[in-house]
Every structure is written in structure tokens, then in C-alpha cells.
Design a protein around this ligand. Structure first.
Ligand SMILES: [Zn+2]
Length: 272
């Protein structure tokens, strides 16, 4: 089968859509494991594995993308351990930020790599990067971003504080900040696509395409620059993520017609 990154006819492997190192390195370190938490009724459900797809990548390309996953997990490890996260942030005051060591170009490419895997996979029809599949693949292979990358791709990092909570299923205390959503959320917003990547302790808002940001909360937070060696991450209350989700729901559209068009575009791309 054809690998969707190197475009060569190769034996494809079972590739995780979300970096599996997020589970082994970040979530499994805690006793709660990988859980999904229903914030409304307080129930928890353990999920054993991340979603994988056997039809997108060869072993070599999967390992190559794994190098980016590693950079992302290193950032999350560092932010998870930042002392600032133990201080409950005040919801009504401006967020305090802490600078965390990271190569921001690698970080941006690691976010692009996640979106790319979801776009390569046909499991989530609405999640398609269109012509940006080619563009992101070229950046990732070159390990570089062009000077004008922000015209096509930009991201915001929002960190959140440790937030202990109780589940009604057990007496264990759960740290809500370890929450990992397995599928990005988002959709079309004007000429661009916007997605949320809800990862343990940090969440990223990503915009793909040439349209404007259409997300109210964005005005308060800077986008991630390229070529920097550290990133100032704001420390926010986990409960604020609900506001961001609501903002996102208002900002994007996921109409049936749009999903259908994404589907047809993808078919055309993959059969050329
Ligand atoms: Zn390949």
C-alpha cells in the first residue's frame, strides 16, 4: 500500500493518530491512567488504547513523526512539572505565565504532524487538511517552516493548573489536568480551519489556512513564534477550558455539506 507521507509503496504499520508517547509518558505516570471524565455526572471510564490506523504510514515515516511526538511530550513533561501549576490561578486576573524550554519550530511541526495523521486517516471525515496535507508534509520532511508560515498555520498554547477532582465511581482523587482527548475538535471557520488539541496539562488552538482567527479568547494570547528556544505558557484554571470549547463551538461550522465536500476532496486527492 502507499504510505501517505513518503508516497512509496510499502508495508504499512499500525500508526497511532494521537502520539502514543502521551499515554506512556504523561498519563500512565499517574495512577489514574487514561480516563475519560464526564464533567457533568462525574463518571469515569478507562480507555485502554489510543486509536490507530493501519492504512496511513510506513514504519519509517511513523518513526520519523515519532521524533516530533517526542518533542511535544518533552514540553508537556516540563510544563507538567512547572511549580506555577500548583498555584490555583485566579479566574478574573490576567494569567501568569512561565517560560518553558522548547524549540518552537519543532513544537509547531509536532502539532502539524498530529493534524496530518488525522487527515491521512479516513476515520474522521470532517478532519481533512485538503491542500495543506502536501504543504505540511513538505515542512515536516524538511524540519523547517517557511518565513511566511503564519499565513497558513498558527497555534496558541494554553497551559492549565493542576486541578484535583473526585469521581463518583471511586474514592480516588483525579487530576483533571491529565485529561487527554483522543480526537482534535474543530471545523471550518471562514476561510480557515480551527482545531483544539486537548492534551494533558496543555491545550493548543490551531488555525490552518489563510482565513482570520475567529475565536474570541485568542485576542488575549499570543501565537507561538518559530525559531525560539522557549515558550511562555500561561497558567489557566482547567474550568476555563469549558469557555474555550464554547468559543470554539461558536467559531466553527460542521455542516453536512461541508463534511461531504471534505470527503469528496479527500477521495480525489487519494486516488490521483
Ligand atoms: Zn512512508
Amino acid at each position: 500500500m502507499i504510505c501517505k507521507l513518503c508516497k512509496q509503496d510499502k508495508k504499512l504499520i499500525r500508526a497511532h493518530l494521537m502520539p502514543d508517547s502521551l499515554v506512556s509518558r504523561v498519563v500512565d505516570k499517574t495512577k489514574e491512567g487514561l480516563k475519560s471524565i464526564d464533567l457533568r455526572d462525574g463518571t469515569t471510564k478507562i480507555r485502554q488504547t489510543l486509536e490507530a490506523d493501519k492504512e496511513i504510514l510506513c514504519g519509517k515515516c511513523d518513526s520519523y513523526l515519532g521524533l516530533y511526538d517526542e518533542k511535544l511530550v518533552q514540553l508537556i513533561d516540563r510544563w507538567s512539572a512547572a511549580p506555577i501549576r500548583r498555584i490555583a490561578p485566579d479566574k478574573d486576573s490576567p494569567a501568569r505565565a512561565e517560560k518553558i524550554d522548547c524549540n518552537t519550530t519543532d513544537l509547531l511541526l509536532s502539532l502539524a504532524a498530529i493534524l496530518l495523521r488525522f487527515s491521512f486517516s479516513t476515520r474522521h471525515e470532517w478532519m481533512s487538511l485538503g491542500k495543506y496535507e502536501e504543504i505540511f508534509s513538505a515542512w515536516i520532511k524538511a524540519r523547517e517552516l517557511p518565513q511566511n508560515f503564519e499565513r497558513y498555520f498558527s497555534a496558541i498554547a494554553l497551559g492549565y493548573a493542576i486541578e484535583p477532582a473526585c469521581s463518583k465511581d471511586s474514592t480516588d482523587i483525579i487530576d483533571l489536568s491529565k485529561f487527554l482527548r483522543q480526537i482534535p475538535r474543530g471545523g471550518r471557520s471562514g476561510q480557515a480551519h480551527q482545531y483544539f488539541l486537548e492534551l494533558p496539562s496543555i491545550f493548543f488552538i490551531v488555525k490552518v489556512g489563510q482565513g482570520q482567527w475567529n475565536f474570541e479568547s485568542q485576542t488575549n494570547y499570543p501565537t507561538i513564534p518559530a525559531n525560539a528556544q522557549n515558550l511562555a505558557i500561561p497558567n489557566l484554571p482547567f474550568s476555563l477550558t469549558k469557555t474555550f470549547r464554547e468559543d470554539m463551538a461558536k467559531a466553527v461550522s460542521l455542516s453536512e455539506r461541508w463534511i461531504q465536500r471534505q470527503h469528496l476532496n479527500r477521495q480525489a486527492r487519494h486516488t490521483k
